[in-house]
Design a protein around this ligand. Sequence first.
Ligand SMILES: Nc1ncnc2c1ncn2[C@@H]1O[C@H](COP(=O)(O)OP(=O)(O)O)[C@@H](O)[C@H]1O
Ligand SMILES: [Mg+2]
Length: 330
Amino acid sequence: MTPDKTQEQPLLKTVALKKYFPVGGGMLHAVDGVSLEIAKGKTLGVVGESGCGKSTLGRLVLRLLEATSGEIYFEGRDIRKLSNEEMKAVRPQMQIIFQDPYSSLNPRMSVYELIAEPLIMNHVCKNKKELNMRVLGLMRTVGLATRFVSAYPHEMDGGRRQRVGIARALALQPKFIVCDEPVSALDVSIQAQILNLLMDLQDELGLTYLFITHDLSVVKHISDEIAVMYLGQCVERASSEELFKQPKHPYTKALLSAIPIPKLRPDRKKHIIRGEVSDPIDPKPGCRFSLRCEMCKDPCMGRDVELKEVSQGHFVACRMYEEPGFADDK
Ligand SMILES: Nc1ncnc2c1ncn2[C@@H]1O[C@H](COP(=O)(O)OP(=O)(O)O)[C@@H](O)[C@H]1O
Ligand SMILES: [Mg+2]
């Protein structure tokens, strides 16, 4: 009997995850109540403008940063409750790929040393011969020719540097990888190669991704589901296909209409985002997007809007979808 997919426990799940940073004038709400789930072997894309909390979210779920409150379940266990010792056993299974491999790779280390480092630190190999085999195997896996084994980061182009970053992330055979803008620093032609590599690796190794980007056009093909973030909150979540076909939140619509591909949605209306992102320090309750929203009305202010399932698997946090008739006179 095939297992019922809907009953399967997600590989990663967060509940009301928050991270507030104390800053001069108060508390900066970097991540403000994000609940999400990612099924094993799937990709959740996280999109939103710079500063909306994407990287903070990525670091929180890996516990590279301690959350202010909320829950983070990895394979069903709340990893915020694990001891340091227990966390040590989980860490290798959760890895991160950074935006700029140039700044995340030690410039004084060769490709060999960079890829060998996590293997050595975690005592994975019995001897030098096994280490050599593993490093060369990882280079093959990420499509990096063995002639680069003694090269230094500055001797390679951005795409090859990112392949080294990916090899490092794969070294400990993780189940889950946070990809934080992994192609944003790369030339467009190389972006596609790296995205294809990540998708192939997912198929081969059964990896689960949280894929962060500010660029919706990058995330479309790699994501099964997409979460749209605005000022620390998730304002919409749906399957990738549904989100592009039927965006519901005014912010998502504006983001989509800003993609400069004329054929993407020939019938689409232009939604221009007015004004500036509001202050993330001690934000007032209510929809964070309301000051810029063309649909905004009084009820949008005053109380936070929860994500609500408006059709199967499609969630949106907007008063328009809470109150029938809300948008009628607009
Ligand atoms: N260590 C920190 N101290 C104070 N504020 C921070 C810190 N890290 C991030 N922030 C703030 O949190 C918000 C979200 O940042 P970030 O997660 O980097 O956004 P994104 O990755 O979407 O660009 C921003 O307003 C940023 O200035
Ligand atoms: Mg970021």
